[in-house]
Design a protein around this ligand. Structure first.
Ligand code: SF4
Length: 320
């Protein structure tokens, strides 16, 4: 099997964050003629379904709206207790992973690993051994969902993710196609990054051609969809969070002050926010900003008068 024939796989798992790149990757699969009944979207909830510590609260609802519009199944997965529990680990194992299954039940995997201690935010680094949020809350979560379901032991699976080389030198070194980490003797899983050579203009052009409304973070001024309080946040992003979402900002700022451990090496989030002004687009769209802080998606997914969101081609703060 090869990425030249993605439609030849029995199933295509799209790691769907709700960001522009995973959306463009999905549209690209449809362009290539991959049959819709072979595609499934997987979304990892960084905070889990009952917390809103780091991520945009609206993201799960936006992802669900896009999936429903395209007629695609959506499977959620998360680490129990999300970001907060993982960061507060103190002599306990990493929590189990929970995942939706096609029969509507929740699967469960892991949770019996060695005890460990975290107690601090992930480091702002391309090295995933110290930037623990990406593996613990996303990459390992998808792997657990695949390993935890016997259905993936039948036929061949293609995992599609939307990283682009343009995003960082680390991502530029990724392979476009390789065996997925879950592939083994009884399971055939490949990993394809179809957008690795795409630039941002191509991504927006494809989404615009479909007239699909992007995640509201882009309209508010963010150029990448990361967690709302992503550890890579820029001064302008922290200033915007402080202005629009003071409670969410205070949770992070208070923890930094209480523990003396800041997310970024040389500055607290308060100091970062003091260095910049909030995104003007966010201040001008308070209604949209409020919706992004909620859990209910209330807008049409199709936008007939589609235009580039304010955050397009903006500062590229986000995971490297
Ligand atoms: S978006 Fe940022 S904070 Fe969220 S998991 Fe990724 S690197 Fe960590």
């Amino acid at each position: 099997m090869s990425p030249l024939d993605p439609g030849g796989y029995d199933r295509v798992v799209v790691a769907f964050s709700g960001g522009k790149d995973s959306l463009a990757a999905l549209l690209h699969l449809l362009d290539l003629g991959v049959r819709i009944e072979r595609i499934e979207l997987h979304h990892h909830e960084v905070d889990g379904p009952s917390d809103t510590y780091m991520d945009w609260p609206i993201t799960p609802a936006y992802v669900a709206a896009v999936a429903a519009h395209l007629g695609l199944p959506l499977y959620r997965s998360w680490r129990e207790g999300g970001f907060r529990r993982e960061m507060d680990r103190d002599g306990t194992p990493t929590a189990p992973v929970l995942f939706d299954t096609p029969d509507g039940r929740l699967g469960r995997a892991g949770g019996a690993g060695p005890a460990g201690v975290r107690g601090r935010f992930p480091q702002v680094s391309a090295d995933l051994s110290v930037r623990w949020c990406s593996p613990a809350l996303k990459i390992d979560v998808l792997a657990a969902a695949i390993r935890g379901q016997a259905r993936f032991e039948t036929g061949c699976t293609l995992v599609v993710t939307g990283e682009r080389a343009e995003e960082s030198p680390a991502r530029a070194r990724y392979r476009p196609f390789e065996r997925h980490r879950t592939s083994c003797g009884r399971r055939t899983v490949d990993h394809w990054r179809p957008l690795l050579a795409w630039n941002e203009a191509s991504v927006w052009a494809r989404i615009g051609a479909a007239a699909l409304r992007p995640h509201p973070a882009y309209s508010l001024g963010w150029s990448r969809l990361s967690c709302r309080c992503c550890i890579f946040g820029s001064p302008a992003q922290w200033a915007t969070i402080r202005a629009l979402y003071p409670a969410a900002f205070a949770v992070i700022a208070d923890r930094e002050a209480r523990t003396g451990r800041t997310i970024q090496h040389r500055a607290s989030v308060v100091a970062l926010a003091d260095r910049a002004l909030p995104y003007p687009a966010a201040l001008a769209q308070l209604e949209l900003a409020a919706m992004a802080a909620g859990r209910e998606w209330t807008l049409p997914v199709i936008e007939p008068n589609w235009s580039l969101p304010a955050g397009a081609f903006g500062e590229a703060a986000g995971p490297t």
